[in-house]
Ligand binder design. Structure first.
Ligand code: SF4
Length: 225
């Protein structure tokens, strides 16, 4: 595991739970609007945190926590993710995994071994290879796109608590496309509005949706601002 960040306690990352949050390093997508370039672009990588240090901390304070959230970057690119989560489960903690869905074989392994309790998957765009590719930095292959679609089906059928979510970006998504996503992924679907700031591609023409359009969308989706 390459771990770049650790938040000791969060009340919001796993709703209804007090969790620690682990940020893994590295991602196989290049979403231009991504707010975590230091977790995605190798040229910005900083020193890793030893996973054993995190396990030691969690073990010491496990009476103050009941869950761990593993986010990224993209956690499923790390081969030893199942072994790491096994150690968390041995402490009796619930585990929420955030993923972009590109490694369904890892998801399958985690689900079958009952190593995760909640999975949140990013849906980058409507399920068209062309549109999805625009969102993830034009690096999508047909094969990876099929894996994303396979992960969606697997999560829906898993019986696990789950959530699909989209960061909506003006310049990337239309209201009609967002409406179509809502129809496809309800009731476990959330959108969040893009916020300008430090992003992977500062040259891009992305913007937030204005309030008027958000109000219109609020009638079709649950929005977090
Ligand atoms: S927003 Fe895109 S590039 Fe950033 S971590 Fe998520 S999947 Fe990777």
């Amino acid at each position: 595991m390459h771990i770049a960040g650790f938040q000791k306690q969060s009340l919001i990352d796993y709703p209804g739970n007090i969790s620690s949050v682990i940020f893994t390093q590295g991602c196989n997508f290049r979403c231009g609007y991504c707010h975590n370039p230091t977790l995605v672009l190798p040229e910005y990588f900083e020193a890793n945190i030893n996973p054993n240090e995190i396990l030691t901390y969690i073990k010491k304070y496990q009476n103050l926590l009941n869950a761990v959230v593993i986010t990224g970057g993209e956690p499923t690119i790390h081969r030893d993710l199942p072994e790491f989560i096994t150690k968390l489960k041995e402490l009796g903690l619930k585990v929420k995994l955030d993923t972009n869905g590109t490694h369904p074989h890892v998801l399958r392994k985690l689900i079958d071994a009952k190593l995760i309790d909640f999975v949140a998957m990013d849906i980058k765009h409507i399920l068209s290879l062309k549109q999805y590719n625009k969102s993830v930095g034009n690096i999508l292959t047909k094969e990876i796109f099929q894996k994303v679609i396979y992960s969606i089906a697997m999560i829906k059928q898993s019986g696990l608590e789950h959530e699909f979510r989209t960061t909506i970006v003006k310049g990337l998504h239309t209201i009609d496309e967002i409406r179509s996503l809502k129809l496809q992924f309800s009731p476990n679907y959330k959108i969040q509005n893009y916020k300008p700031g430090k992003t992977l591609n500062p040259q891009s023409l992305f913007a937030s949706f204005p309030d008027e359009e958000l109000k219109l969308m609020d009638q079709i989706c649950s929005i977090t601002y």
